[in-house]
Every structure is written in structure tokens, then in C-alpha cells.
Design a protein around this ligand. Structure first.
Ligand SMILES: [Fe+2]
Length: 260
């Protein structure tokens, strides 16, 4: 049983560079910020009720997201903490990979708190609060996904050979960012890049994307390109499948190398 304390939850893990971390000031959001959140939320939810994974849909409810305004991370973290002990911690922007993994290993998700401009509703290079909190954080309320992501962070932090680091980046990309899951007799989306984007989601479920069964070996052999629609994605049967793949990655790293 977790006992959440707001300040402890939002503090950066010990030993990490404090310059990465910041606080969310709700009064700093403009009327346009709230409007952008509201437009994006309504637009995505209208589709996600049919195409989103159960874990996303129930997680969004658990953490209290709604269309009316930019979410208050303290409230999100109180709800999330009670459920799985995860927290979204505000960061100033890009965070170095090892520090990012170290945060995941402590059930802390580094979260951008800025809102994209209204002129860039659909596409944006850097993550914003809609990608991070709408796209990622609902999944952290799912106990199995929560365990997977923590384990992923711990394993990724151990990888040292460049090929192994690349393999862990591919595992992250094809699951946390662009993952698909077989559910309710159909392929549903759970990866944040798909949850938060109309265009990427339509591509992932459409005829131009080759949806393959998820295996650890298939994923770590598959290169990816950012900033374009994905030609190949992977479908898991359930999140236990992800957790098992992560444990397998850990076993291989302990014994030598993740990649052949
Ligand atoms: Fe992301």
C-alpha cells in the first residue's frame, strides 16, 4: 500500500541534476493554453473511446483528466499515487537519457508542463503537457504497465554498450511511445505518440502500417525514425507480455549482452 505525500512525490529522485526539474504554476497558464488543452482533449477522446486501450481509458478517469482545463499535477499525482505509487514530475524540457531512466526506476515520470501553441495543434517536435500527461500518464495507473515501466527504467539504466542502449531505445519506442495491444477483438492503441496524435493514430490502425506480433527480438531488431509516420508497429497480447520482455532483457544484460 502506498502512502502518497504530495511534496515527496513531486521531489526529484535523489542524486539527479536539480536544474532539470521545476514546479507547475497553474496561474501561469493563459486562456489559450486551457483552450488548446480542451480542443486536443475533446478531439482525441472522441476517437479513443473506440480505438484506445482499456488501460488508457480507465487510467484517464482514475487520474481525473477532463476537457475543461490543463490538469493540476498535484491532483493527478494524489490520485495516481494512491493507485500505483507513480508520479508525474515537472521538468524544464529535454532530460538526459540516463537521468530519465533513473526517474522511471523510481516511479517518477519526467513531464513537460508547457502547452503547445494553438497554431501547432497537431504536430510539434518537442513533447508538451498534452503528449506527456494525456498521452503517457493514464497508463501509469495500470498496475501491470506501472511495474513494466519501472522495470524498464531500471534495466535501461544498466545498459552500457551502445548497441544495447539502442535496443532499449527501440523497446521504449515500440511500446511506451507507439505500442498497440490486442483487446476486445481488435487492435487498440496505448503508446503515447498514438494516444496524443490524430495523424499517428490513424496511420497506426490504417492500411499503410505493418502491425506485427510483439517479441523482444523483433522489436530490438527494428530501427525507427522519429518525425515521420511509422511503417512498422508491434502488437502485444497484454501488458504482462511487456513486463516479461523487460525481465528477459534484464536477464540477457546480466549475462552479457542484450543484442546478439
Ligand atoms: Fe513520449
Amino acid at each position: 500500500m502506498y502512502s502518497p505525500i504530495a511534496d515527496a512525490l513531486t521531489a526529484p529522485p535523489a542524486g539527479l541534476d536539480p536544474s532539470y526539474f521545476t514546479r507547475q504554476d497553474l496561474d501561469a497558464y493563459s486562456a489559450e493554453d486551457h483552450e488548446v488543452w480542451s480542443i486536443l482533449f475533446s478531439r482525441r477522446m472522441a476517437e479513443l473511446v473506440d480505438t484506445g486501450s482499456e488501460a488508457f481509458l480507465s487510467g484517464a478517469e482514475v487520474i481525473g483528466l477532463d476537457a475543461s482545463r490543463v490538469p493540476d499535477l498535484e491532483d493527478v499525482n494524489r490520485r495516481l499515487g494512491e493507485k500505483t505509487g507513480w508520479a508525474a514530475i515537472p521538468v524544464t524540457g529535454f532530460i538526459e537519457a540516463r537521468q530519465f531512466f533513473a526517474c522511471l526506476a523510481e516511479r517518477r515520470f519526467p513531464t513537460t508542463i508547457t502547452v503547445r501553441p494553438k497554431s501547432q495543434l497537431e504536430y510539434l517536435q518537442e513533447p508538451d503537457i498534452f503528449h506527456d500527461v494525456f498521452g503517457h500518464v493514464p497508463l501509469h495507473a495500470n498496475p501491470v504497465f506501472a511495474d513494466f515501466l519501472q522495470t524498464f527504467g531500471a534495466v535501461a539504466a544498466q545498459a552500457e554498450h551502445p548497441a544495447d542502449i539502442e535496443a532499449m531505445a527501440r523497446l521504449f519506442w515500440f511500446t511506451v511511445e507507439f505500442g498497440l495491444v490486442a483487446e476486445r477483438g481488435a487492435t487498440r492503441i496505448y503508446g503515447s505518440g498514438l494516444i496524443s496524435s490524430v495523424g499517428d493514430a490513424a496511420n497506426a490502425l490504417g492500411p499503410d502500417c505493418d502491425r506485427r506480433p510483439f517479441t523482444l527480438d523483433a522489436v530490438i531488431a527494428q530501427p525507427f525514425e522519429i518525425d515521420r509516420l511509422q511503417d512498422v508497429l508491434f502488437v502485444v497480447d497484454d501488458f504482462a507480455h511487456l513486463f516479461d520482455a523487460c525481465e528477459e532483457a534484464e536477464r540477457r544484460l546480466r549475462e552479457g549482452r542484450l543484442t546478439a
